[in-house]
Design a protein around this ligand. Structure first.
Ligand SMILES: Nc1nc2c(ncn2[C@@H]2O[C@H](COP(=O)(O)OP(=O)(O)OP(=O)(O)O)[C@@H](O)[C@H]2O)c(=O)[nH]1
Ligand SMILES: [Mg+2]
Length: 446
């Protein structure tokens, strides 16, 4: 596909900064560069210091660095010019106005640069999504996952399956097109094992518990326990500020209080909740209902008991313990026998004190151990979007329907459908309708 118009946009964040970057892509990019710098094109991919002026009035706008990337060796695959200007609002406004006044240039729409890159075969769709995730990544672990996807790791995996399916389909179609005498015997022998192997690999890839998707969105951690156990004290300790009110009064916290943190690279939303107790009414009962709802959707539950009441336990709290739970016994500064092993709901409880800080490092280590075991990006690339999951499920459905005994035509058709589902993920098939959905997530200038 060729685009006749040339687009431009501020590629860096709006606002004041040392440097801002304006990108121009399309057939008129070279002309725009020459007109604004009143000179020749610089050598490709070399930064050159230039005087930038409005071609209409001749007014100097700024002294800038320009870069020239002739097609096809550019991000979009088209001629691209970059202006690295001083990052003041007036400078970028003047440059954008001067570009807008040139013939054949118009402001870019959201995601248009990456869309052109895709259309010119520079990026597959998963890589384009990876770039969007990379820009959105807030923590180290999200960055690593996005970088791998933008580098094409997911696309490689899906393309490998798709090409294997296409080969199997070609073998089946050969039996339709040629007679038995023309074909070597046993031509279909490798097909059945190959299809079940691909099906099994896709099924394993799908059974990842939503790891990649959850990591992309951030993981939910919820602190639960009886009233007064010190839940709000713990969230304040974890985030290093007074996010929640702490008071000796039982039932202080009513609403769910959420704080986003970056814990050693892990993107977490930590929620403090109302103390669990049975006989409550009104606002407090609603608080308890919300706490339980949070517990149900959490990736990790930190269940806390009150050391001041130990060994008496809270049944409502114990009932929430499952495989995604870490148990802590707070106020260990008040415990008379510190060496005693504590257990809550059958799992060992870590003794901590939000007052003295004792045990908090061990708790952080337990939290990261838990997250690493469940969510650490593994060597093989992980699913990061519901869009991919849906297409893979469709692919598996077709593979399950595949039955060579039902006839070669039908079997080949199922393999075509299965390969198309995979092609939809990377964009290597008829995907016009999914493009809008993907590129609308991009911002202008990307
Ligand atoms: N001695 C001691 N007191 C603590 C500790 N942690 C919290 N407290 C005190 O326990 C009381 C309750 O603390 P909060 O953090 O408000 O407890 P909570 O679990 O959020 O209570 P609710 O919101 O009412 O459910 C406060 O007076 C805290 O100062 C601790 O480790 N040791
Ligand atoms: Mg509280």
């Amino acid at each position: 596909m060729r685009f006749d118009d040339t687009i431009f946009a501020l590629a860096s964040a709006p606002g004041k900064a040392a440097v801002a970057m304006v990108r121009v892509s399309g057939p008129a990019a070279g002309m725009a560069l020459c007109r604004l710098t009143d000179g020749e094109l610089p050598p490709p991919r070399h930064a050159e210091l230039c005087r930038l002026a409005d071609p209409e009035s001749g007014d100097e706008i700024d002294r800038v660095l320009v870069l020239w990337f002739p097609a096809p060796a550019s991000y979009t695959g088209e001629d691209v010019a970059e202006f690295h200007v001083h990052g003041g609002r007036a400078v970028t406004a003047a440059l954008l106005a001067a570009l807008g006044a040139l013939d054949g240039l118009r402001p870019a729409e959201a995601g248009e640069f990456s869309r052109r890159s895709f259309e010119h075969g520079k990026l597959d769709l998963t890589a384009a999504e990876g770039i969007a995730d990379l820009v959105d990544a807030e923590t180290e672990i999200q960055r690593r996952q996005a970088l791998r996807q933008s580098g094409g790791a997911l696309a490689e995996l899906y393309e490998d399956w798709r090409l294997r399916l296409l080969k199997a389909r070609a073998l089946i179609e050969s039996t339709i097109d040629f007679s038995d005498q023309e074909l070597p015997s046993g031509v279909l022998e490798p097909v059945a094992p190959e299809i079940s192997a691909i099906g099994a690999e896709i099924a394993v890839h799908l059974q990842d518990g939503g790891r990649g998707e959850r990591l992309r969105e951030g993981l939910q951690v919820v602190i639960l326990g009886p009233v007064n156990a010190g839940k709000s004290s713990l969230i304040n300790r974890l985030v290093g500020r007074d996010a929640a009110i702490v008071a000796a009064e039982a039932g202080t916290t009513r609403d769910v209080i959420e704080v986003r943190i970056d814990l050693f690279g892990w993107p977490l939303t930590i929620a403090d909740t109302a103390g669990l107790r049975a006989a409550t009414t009104g606002v407090e009962a609603e608080g308890v209902r919300r706490a339980r709802a949070r517990a149900a959707g959490a990736d990790l539950k930190i269940v806390m008991l009150d050391g001041a009441r130990w060994p008496s336990v809270c049944e409502e709290t114990e009932a929430l313990i499952d495989g995604d739970t870490l148990a802590v016994l707070n106020k260990c500064d008040l415990l008379s026998d510190k060496a005693e092993q504590a257990e809550i709901g059958g799992i060992p409880a870590l003794k901590i004190s939000c007052k003295t800080g004792e045990g908090l490092d061990s708790l952080l280590a337990r939290i990261t151990d838990f997250l690493e075991a469940r969510y650490l990006p593994s060597a093989s690339p992980v699913l990061t979007r519901a869009r991919h999951r849906h297409a893979l499920e469709k692919c598996l459905e077709s593979l399950r329907r595949y039955d060579i005994d039902a006839g070669a035509e039908l079997a080949a058709e199922e393999l075509r459908l299965a390969a198309d589902s995979l092609g939809r993920i990377t964009g290597r098939s008829d995907i016009e309708q999914v493009l809008d959905i993907i590129f609308k997530d991009f911002c202008i200038g990307k």
